[in-house]
Design a protein around this ligand. Sequence first.
Ligand code: BV8
Length: 229
Amino acid sequence: MHVMSDKIVILTGAGISAESGLGTFRDEGGLWARHRIEDVATPEGFARDPILVHEFYNARRAQAAKAQPNAGHQALAQLAAQHPGEVVVITQNVDDLHEKAGSQGVIHMHGTLSGALCSACGHRWQAELVMQPQDSCPHCAGTTTRPDVVWFGEIPYAMQTIETHLAEADLFVSIGTSAQVYPAANFVQAAAAAGARTLEFNLEPSAMATRFDDCRYGPASKTLPRWVA
Ligand code: BV8
């Protein structure tokens, strides 16, 4: 299925950043292999041990700051340049590699490592590279500051906007996600129901592979440039 000039809605997951050196979640030795999800990616885990959670995100923020986008990210930026106004990138990733590759208007449905959030007043600001529990909010001076990421049990960002894009999609492309986290795992179903063609790029079939019209398996840094060329 080659790219045609339609509305192309793209969902990316940790797999697109794997070749940039950022750990995925569920691959062998992935991030969750070293940490229990409940301990580091839930509000309860943060309440229980904010130092552990800040350390988890500080490590990822430092890693992401040094990481460079790979040919997969660059292919998506090139696709958007070839189809002005017709490509939307929705990412589950909290790194900024899409932006570093030149993608614009990326929708970070699970938040970003670069964001800080005050749990008391809801103020958001640019996080320091190292965040600590005693950091105070620049707005209310409260000290219940946290990474501005969406944890399990929390509502993803921009769901209304995402649902509108899925309803308007002519082509839905999922890249580098195991499709085990909701609601992102259901996006292919919503896009197909709206009449979109659906295409999956991954290293291996995801949990939703059978719902796609077409699949391309292999490393995104190889499969995406071939598709976009
Ligand atoms: C919500 C935080 C309500 C930031 C993340 C029981 C059944 C169904 C659902 C649930 C349930 N119990 C609870 C739920 C809901 C829950 C959920 O889905 N749980 C799962 C575990 C069952 N979801 C939630 O709580 C969400 N909120 O549902 O609110 C709601 C919903 C809608 C509207 C209103 C209210 C919130 C979920 C967000 C959690 N936060 N991240 C952070 O720390 O990063 S999730 C985390 O997983 C990351 O965001 C990550 O992106 C995401 C998904 O993982 P993947 O990106 O897919 O990464 P993974 O390692 O799994 O896979 C990588 C893939 O890449 C692999 O397939 C691999 O083959 C491939 N790959 C590897 N290398 C390459 C490659 N592909 C190509 N090239 C390569 N080189």
